[in-house]
Structures are given as C-alpha cells and as structure tokens.
Ligand binder design. Structure first.
Ligand SMILES: [Mn+2]
Length: 385
C-alpha cells in the first residue's frame, strides 16, 4: 500500500520580511515577494499532488496545519481548493494547531465546503476512518488550540491490534516528547506509547505533522515527520519535501521527494575591515535563485562611517535581487566608530565643522553615545559623494 505523507502546508502564511505589510522606509519590501511566496506554497501543493498521482498513491495524508490559521481569507481558501482539485489522488486533511477543529475551523467553513473537491476528506472526527478496502487511518485531530492531553496517545490507547490484512496509519500533529522535552506541555506525544503501538500491531505507521523539518525516529523509522513542503522559517533543518511511503504489516519503505523551491538562509559574518565587506559582497553575489531566497544576516564587528555607508549600500543593492535581505538586529553586534579619515572626508567648515567635531567626541568608543553615532552616519551619508 502506497501513500503520500505531508503536513504543514501553512497556506495563507505571511512573512513581515517579505513585505507582508507595507514597509515604512523607502526602498523597503513592496509585497511582491510575499505574493510570490504564497504562490510557491500552492506550487508545492500541486507538485506533491502530481507526485502522488504518478506514484499511484492510495491517498495523500496531510497531517495538520493545512492552513496558517482558521482566519485565512476566502481567497486563500479558494486557491487551496483549486490546487486540491488538480489532484486525482484522494486527499485526507487533518486539523492541526493552526487550523483546529473548533467552531471557527476553516475546514468546516461554508466557503471551504462549497469549493472543496469531492475527493477531499476532512479528518475532523477522531478515531478510525476506513479510507480504502483494508486500509484504515486513525485520526487524532486538534479540536482546540490548547489540548490538555496527548491526542495521539489517546487514540492509540483506544485501539486493539489491527485485524489481519488491514493496514493502519495514525495521523497526528504535534511534537514528540523526545524532540522537545518540555514537562509543562500536556499535549506532548509520548514516544514510548507510539513505539508500543507499532510493536503490537495496533498501527503500522505514525504520520506526524507540526515539525517543519523532515524527521524519522531512530528506533522505529515508521514514526515520521514529513516536514513542510515549502520552507517557512530560518531554523528549519530539512524542509521542502514530501514522503512517498510503501507500507506493509512489517515495514515502511520511504522515498523522499523534494517539492520546495525557496530557501531561507542565515549567514553570520564578522565585519571589521574592507576585506570583510568584500567577502560579504561576494557571498551575497554568489547565491543562486536570489528571487526565491530570504537571507537573514547576523553581523558583528566595528566599522568606520565610510565602511558603514558601504555596508548599507551593499545590502540595499543585493536586497533588490533577493526576496529579502535583513540584518537580525537582536543577534547582531555591529558598532560604527568614526575614524580620522571619516572626519576629513566630511570636509566641513565653520559651525558645521564644530558640530561634527562635537559629535565625533561624543561618538568615541569610550563615550559610546549611540545617538551621536547615528547623527554622524546621517551626516556622512548627506555630505559625502
Ligand atoms: Mn505547522
């Protein structure tokens, strides 16, 4: 029995650094990257549908967070339904923590129900669903944003071993206790219970969502996170995939297919010299697929006013080619300290020179006046060619 395991489509997701909201500063993100990112998430969905169709999969199982929120707009819902309509393979949608099966659930909204293609089933009822002859999916949907129990464990506890000839796949959403040992979180999935259920044949595969990186359990690789099919954040280890699973009573053979095309990249750089700036320039210039890449820079070091202006120009220039280039301020530690060459370069006279000299004194490292440094950066930008 072959099926496709996926999760965390997060349709309707917005990202501030892609220009989801109009930027205040001139030259900031315009929102076109956000629109392309939203389109890419739908492209990934269509791509995994083609993979399922070509592989002759029995179904596509989406383990939660189909939508970013129960409050997504009707346009997001309509486009999701259009993408789902491109599949020939039946699709099973499990409510996750972003789209829980509460009173406002997007998967129960009239606009979704009206457009939802007939081969799509919403697993908003917990328990065993027969999805094909001899194939059962045990659903553990989220019914609220803050469940107080291990929803997967609850389903497993209610099961007897599967009848001979029946394959059972559990569909759950959430983090395993071994991946995030947080004792205060009652909804953590207890891995011991999952391993026991696989051992005694209550289920044959445990398909999970929530973790946006692909992951397989080291003891029993039939416990899996598919990860998000298109990257959503900078801390994801292995996003952009779907899993094609061949399952029998004893084992799962899993093939990983890549559907994601975007990259979110964090880059750390020490900036103290012009050579360091050259290296950053080269790094930014060399990356492929810039229009589908968001870069987050963590910068440390000390630059003169001239070098700081060069950095600002360099980032702005590359920023036009990339989906996003931003400096992660809370983790960066970049000081601008004027040097004598900066003062000479200003070439000021009279009271302006006096004011600049005063600002230089205040901006010296031992004074550490951040406002004086900002004022000097502005002055430098205004008066130097
Ligand atoms: Mn998610």
């Amino acid at each position: 029995m072959r099926f496709v395991h996926t999760a965390d489509w997060q349709l309707g997701m917005t990202r501030r650094y892609l220009g989801a909201r109009p930027a205040k500063e001139a030259g900031g993100p315009t929102g076109e990257a956000q629109a392309r990112f939203a389109g890419a998430r739908l492209d990934a969905v269509r791509a995994l549908g083609r993979i399922a169709d070509d592989a002759g999969a029995a179904f596509v199982l989406v383990c939660g967070d189909v939508f970013e929120s129960n409050l997504v707009g009707p346009d997001v819902v309509a486009r999701a339904c259009e993408a789902l309509a491109s599949f020939r393979t039946p699709v099973l949608l499990l409510p996750g923590n972003h789209d829980p099966a509460d009173a406002a659930c997007v998967l129960r909204r009239p606009d979704f129900a009206r457009r939802c293609p007939p081969h799509v089933t919403v697993l908003d009822t917990p328990g065993v669903h027969e999805v094909a002859p001899g194939v059962e999916v045990v659903a553990a949907p989220w019914r609220s944003k803050h469940p107080l129990t291990d929803l997967v464990g609850e389903q497993l506890a209610a099961l007897s071993p599967a009848p001979r000839g029946t394959l059972r796949v559990l569909a759950g959403h959430g983090e395993l206790d071994v991946l995030d040992p947080d004792d205060d979180e009652p909804a953590r999935i207890r891995r011991d219970g999952v391993l026991a259920a696989l051992r005694d044949g209550r289920v044959h595969y445990v398909a999970l969502g929530d973790r946006h990186s692909a992951w397989a359990d080291a003891v029993d690789d039939r416990i899996r996170h598919a990860g998000t099919p298109e990257v959503t954040d900078f801390d994801e280890v292995d996003p952009g995939h779907v899993l094609v699973v061949d399952l029998d009573e004893h084992a799962a053979r899993v093939r990983t297919e890549t559907v994601g095309r975007w990259r979110f990249v964090r880059h750390d750089a020490a900036l103290d010299t012009d050579d360091d700036l050259d290296a950053l320039d080269v790094w930014l210039a060399a990356r492929p697929d810039k229009e589908r890449t968001a870069v987050r820079l963590v910068l440390r070091g000390t630059l003169s006013l001239r070098q700081r202006t060069r950095l600002d120009d360099l980032l702005a220039g590359h920023g036009h080619a990339y989906a996003s280039v931003e400096v992660l301020e809370p983790h960066s530690d970049l000081a601008t300290v004027p040097d004598d060459a900066d003062l000479d370069a200003l070439d000021l006279h009279g009271f302006a020179a006096d004011a600049a000299a005063e600002l230089f004194a205040a901006a010296a490292p031992e004074q550490g006046d951040a406002e004086a440094r900002d004022a000097l950066r502005l002055l430098h930008r205004l008066v130097t060619p």
